[in-house]
Design a protein around this ligand. Structure first.
Ligand code: AVJ
Length: 320
């Protein structure tokens, strides 16, 4: 087993407390209050997200896993000597195993995630299971920039971006991200998972589960802010809401203030009227056409598109 800790300087994307404070304060003083969805993933939030992925209503994870299990061998053509599998937003690395099981020639696995503790644990597990593999975890927010250890720059790479994480970005931001990955050296393929447009009930239920796990995941943002920024959010004063916004082809998560109330944080007073919301997440849903168009605009060729029988989810293989 080898887990190579990221060399100093390669946790540059790791957020500082100051960055968190600034981001929250900026968002909560805007006309439409907002919190960037990347802050959902503290230790407890990452755990809640893993629970979400197993919920009956949350179809994306199990659907994507099925698609990957069925098609992973088709990626063999991209594995040459020394190839690294680089994963953006690796979380618990569950889907990665579907690839690692069949892509036996891989030299290394580079999981990149914003949640440091969760990342370390997941990396250890993968390293134990796949003893021939060099596992090189990188703590980073790839929304800022994708900074790989220098040794990996000239290594042939398969980039893996599953989970419809790209759905968190506005369409324009997603395009920019695809453009930045396109400019990386030695990328043989980009494998990207996107949730597809479908009937509204299925979409809304996936973000409004009957057990209330998604609600807890959303509300945990306030717990985190209370803890890390010494704020006094009253958890009972807010409720979770998920809505389909057709104009933007996305599910939005909000926290709705149930009453008129003041919240204090970092010496500031944040006022809420009853019914006012904090916008906490966008989850964009794609058509295969929109993803294809965006990829082409950023200089990618669409090599393959994989989906499930019900067309719930898509995995797209792009080549430079
Ligand atoms: C991890 C961003 C893909 O948008 O479906 C799940 C996050 N939020 N339930 C998604 C999420 C609420 C998830 N992504």
């Amino acid at each position: 087993m080898t887990v190579t800790p990221s060399p100093a300087g390669f946790d540059a994307g790791r957020h500082s407390d100051v960055a968190f404070a600034r981001s929250i304060l900026d968002g909560l003083t805007a006309p439409q209050k907002r919190i960037n969805s990347k802050w959902l993933y503290d230790a407890y939030g990452s755990q809640l997200f893993d629970t979400i992925t197993e919920l009956a209503e949350y179809y994306p994870t199990r659907t994507e896993l099925g698609i990957l299990r069925q098609n992973a061998v088709r990626l063999k053509e991209f594995v040459t000597h020394g190839t690294a599998l680089v994963e953006l937003g690796s979380g618990s690395s569950t889907k990665t195993r579907a690839l690692l099981n069949v892509l036996t020639g891989l030299q290394s696995y580079v999981p990149i995630d914003i949640s440091a503790d969760h990342l370390q644990r997941a990396a250890q597990h993968v390293a134990l299971e796949f003893s021939d593999l060099d596992v090189i975890p990188v703590v980073a927010d790839f929304a800022d920039e994708i900074s790989l250890p220098t040794a990996l720059m000239q290594t042939p790479k398969i980039l893996f971006f599953p989970g419809s994480t790209i759905g968190n970005f506005e369409i324009e931001g997603a395009a920019q991200l695809l453009g930045r990955i396109r400019k990386m050296a030695k990328v043989s393929a980009l494998v990207i998972g996107v949730d597809l447009v479908k009937d509204v009930d299925t979409l809304v239920q996936a973000y409004n589960d009957s057990k209330g796990v998604t609600a807890a995941f959303n509300l945990n943002l306030l717990t985190r802010i209370n803890r890390e920024l010494e704020a006094d959010f009253d958890l009972g004063g807010f409720k979770h809401e998920a809505r389909w916004v057709a104009d933007h082809s996305r599910i939005e998560m909000h926290l709705v203030s149930l009453v008129t109330q003041d919240v204090h944080l970092l010496g500031q007073v944040i006022r809420f009227t009853a019914g006012e919301t904090i916008h906490t997440e966008n989850s964009h849903k794609y058509t295969p056409q929109l993803l294809e168009r965006t990829a082409h605009q950023q200089g990618w060729a669409v090599h393959q598109i994989w989906t499930d029988a019900d067309m719930l989810f898509g995995v797209v293989v792009l080549t430079p």
